[in-house]
Design a binder for this molecule. Structure first.
Ligand code: SPD
Length: 365
């Protein structure tokens, strides 16, 4: 996506100082991923601070990025993923955090924050919200029916090997509508560097995806949670916590559907979602209060316990359910970690190529 907006340091200061003197109304506008917060987080923040939260959701970094690069989104806190954050920071979309207003920063895991600093030097503009992997969720019974009881789901073969994918296509395969995640996974499956930006490598990944295209029922980044939980689809390339939410919803519904999540042996993308404050946020002080509140150990633990995503808050870990901390799909083993790759930031040329390839894949051209 082209950078539509470049904001100078002087204009940033001008915006910030105008906001600093203005009295803020007791409102904070938060824009976060869908299915990504505990049931009572907002209620607790409002009760503790008297600040009303206006909460909107999205399921795509591209949608968020379009708003951030256009400006005047009206949001005070947003939650971009690492690679998208990096280029939005470069475009001047976020204001530096005032760390004196974030005493709960001491709760954060230093090693994870150091990893996140690769995308935002010195963690100047952002704090980790949650992190996860992009792997495969599947309906254990439906896959066993089609591939045999002994078939172990541990490889991208399930979705990228055309013969295997064809055998499970009838019960429904979904892919995230996230080109910067699916294309690298396909490249990795072919033995190429998933972080490569070579046009040839990307073309090869796209060609692989075209060979399985007819087996994919849809590309969507949130619908799969309920569809998996209801048994309406049987395989999703999706985000770790979302698959576990599907698992929990099925268990709650007592509908006999059993869902599992796997980080394939060939490896998977590991990403961070980070809280940041748009440069033109109308309520930056309230935004800092909201971010600080989220970094409270109990609040973050409540979120992880509800959405089944790992967090970057060391102080919260003793408060996270053991069922979650011991699950290798949420906290990967050392062996699995060795095969994870981090998000790669694309320049405008690569971004245009990815967008074109993705459109061709989705439309089957
Ligand atoms: N339902 C919450 C999904 C959060 C996904 N974050 C996006 C990660 C992109 N790599």
């Amino acid at each position: 996506m082209p950078m539509k907006r470049f904001i100078t340091a002087t204009s940033v200061l001008a915006i910030l100082s105008t906001q600093a003197v203005a009295q803020e109304e007791p409102v904070v506008n938060v824009y976060n991923w869908s299915d990504y917060i505990a049931e009572d987080t907002i209620e607790k923040f409002e009760a503790e601070t008297g600040i009303k939260v206006v909460y909107d959701v999205y399921d795509s970094n591209e949608v968020l990025e379009a708003k951030m690069l256009t400006g005047n989104s009206g949001y005070d806190v947003v939650v971009p993923t690492s690679d998208f954050l990096q280029r939005q920071v470069a475009a001047g979309a976020y204001q530096p955090l005032d760390k004196s207003k974030l005493p709960n920063l001491v709760n954060m895991d230093e090693a994870l924050m150091a990893n996140a600093a690769a995308y935002d030097e010195g963690n100047t503009h952002s704090v980790i919200y949650m992190w996860g992997t992009t792997g495969i969720g599947y309906n254990t019974a439906m896959i066993a029916e089609r591939l045999g009881e002994d078939y172990e789901v541990n490889s991208w073969d399930l979705v990228f090997n055309p013969e295997i994918a064809a055998k499970v296509a009838d019960c429904g395969i979904s892919f995230l509508d996230a080109p910067t995640e699916i294309l690298p996974a396909a490249m990795n499956y072919l033995g190429l560097d998933p972080r490569s930006t070579s046009a040839d490598d990307m073309q090869a990944g796209a060609e692989l995806l075209q060979t399985v295209r007819d087996n994919i029922r849809y590309f969507h980044s949130s619908q799969y949670i309920n569809d998996l939980a209801n048994g309406d689809i049987c395989v999703s390339v999706g985000w770790s916590g979302d698959i576990f939410i599907a698992q929990a919803r099925a268990a709650e519904a007592e509908n006999g559907v059993e869902i599992a999540y796997v980080i394939p042996n060939e490896g998977a993308l590991q990403w961070f979602d980070l809280m940041a404050i748009p440069v033109d946020a109308p309520h930056p002080d309230n935004a800092h209060k909201f971010i600080n509140f989220i970094m409270d150990a109990q609040i973050t633990a409540d979120i992880t316990n509800y959405v089944w995503y790992a967090n970057g808050n060391a102080a919260s870990m003793p408060l996270v359910d053991e069922e979650i901390t011991s699950d290798p799909g949420i906290f990967p083993t050392e062996e699995a970690k060795a095969h994870l790759w981090g998000s790669k930031v694309y320049d405008a040329r690569t971004d245009r190529l990815v967008t074109r390839l993705w459109t061709e894949i989705k439309t089957g051209q």
